[in-house]
Design a protein. Structure first.
Length: 141
């Protein structure tokens, strides 16, 4: 991971925003964005990976992140990565494809979320979710 001032600020915010959340297996949720960040190749994708679920899953807004000084290259990617539930999922994925930062983060996100070994039990719902994610990855590749 690239540790710039921006990345350090994102690490702190990511931890603060997700510190009380857990994933489907009860693991601290913050491990997920940390995992994604580790696979990124530059400071913009690393920062976006750390913050990719902050707006969608916490009380922070894009305006908050802009006010904190995160650059447009990051906040534009985060706007795309924040799924508006009124937009069909594959349409949401199509929009992400146009932005290289958002695309890199979403591919890593889908890959990590498709790892069934992270789950305690693999049910039919999990298998359907992985199939949906495979289709999304096809769109993004």
């Amino acid at each position: 991971m690239i540790y710039t001032e921006m990345t350090k600020k994102a690490l702190k915010l990511c931890f603060e925003a997700h510190k009380d959340q857990t994933d489907k297996s009860g693991m601290p949720y913050v491990f997920h964005p940390f995992h994604l960040a580790e696979s990124m190749t530059d400071e913009y994708t690393t920062t976006a990976a750390l913050l990719h679920d902050v707006v969608e899953d916490t009380d922070y807004t894009l305006s908050d992140l802009k006010d904190m000084g995160f650059p447009e290259k990051v906040t534009d990617a985060l706007a795309l990565l924040t799924h508006d539930k009124s937009v069909p999922y594959m349409e949401y994925v199509e929009k992400i494809k146009q932005n290289p930062v958002a695309r890199a983060v979403k591919l890593a996100d889908l890959t990590h979320n498709s790892d069934l070994s992270r789950l305690d039990t693999v049910d039919e719902k999990a298998l359907r979710r992985v199939e949906k994610y495979k289709k999304a990855m096809e769109i993004l590749k």
